[in-house]
Design a protein around this ligand. Structure first.
Ligand SMILES: CC(C)(COP(=O)(O)OP(=O)(O)OC[C@H]1O[C@@H](n2cnc3c(N)ncnc32)[C@H](O)[C@@H]1OP(=O)(O)O)[C@@H](O)C(=O)NCCC(=O)NCCS
Length: 186
């Protein structure tokens, strides 16, 4: 399980010991706490309400973080605190779908945004996919979410469709914007 120290190039020279590593089952409580903080700040990007998030048991997160390799969730830590994540998962064990992965779980604590954490985390997830011969990475952004759209576009993802009214938060329906990154056209 590799550990990356984030370089000053990522604009985090002001942050103490920022580090990215792969998450595992023992990180479930920290993962849940971060999800709750991000959802409390704004539920729309997470695609569910805070009340729904609060019902999710730690066991489910333990399982999610124990997905077999090469599936992986990466976490950014400031000191010992988990403050951001990004993950990739293969959607099927069958060869017919092994060329693609889903990017999920990209979020950063509102206390640590605009410091390059999401960019570094997603880059780490893309590197994992690339190292495993993945052709395409797909994801969904619940709208509106300009920060996420900008982040993914800056990394080469393009819009490739949408699900109308993908989620309902309170009385408002939000579309799901599909985005895709072609890593390897061969
Ligand atoms: C989207 C999110 C993950 C970005 O995290 P972050 O660590 O602040 O992002 P970074 O600092 O790495 O920024 C990388 C790029 O994202 C884009 N971006 C990030 N925040 C932005 C904002 N508020 N407005 C516009 N673009 C933004 C920019 O292109 C930025 O590059 P730049 O700083 O060189 O301009 C964060 O805002 C978040 O957690 N939002 C709530 C959850 C969410 O939306 N997750 C995505 C679900 S698909």
């Amino acid at each position: 399980m590799g550990v990356w120290l984030i370089s000053a190039m990522d604009r985090m020279e002001d942050m103490p010991t920022t580090m990215i590593r792969q998450l595992a089952a023992p990180d479930a409580a920290a993962f849940s706490a971060l999800r709750r903080e991000v959802t409390a700040d704004d539920p729309v990007p997470m695609g569910l309400t805070l009340e729904e998030e609060l019902t999710r048991p730690l066991g489910g997160f333990r399982e999610q973080l124990s997905f077999p390799e090469p599936n992986a969730a990466f976490g950014a830590f400031i000191g010992s605190e988990l403050v951001g994540t990004a993950a990739i998962a293969w959607t099927s064990k069958f060869a017919s779908s092994r060329h693609k992965v889903t990017l999920w779980g990209t979020f950063v604590s509102p206390r640590y945004r605009r410091r390059g954490l999401a960019r570094a985390l997603v880059a780490r997830a893309i590197a994992r996919a690339r190292a495993n011969g993945v052709r395409r990475i797909n994801l969904t952004v619940f709208l509106p979410n300009e920060p996420a759209l900008q982040l993914y576009q800056s990394l080469g993802f393009v819009v490739c469709g949408a699900e109308p009214e993908a989620v309902r938060i309170g009385d408002t329906y939000h579309d799901g914007q599909f985005m895709s990154l072609l890593l390897n056209a061969d």
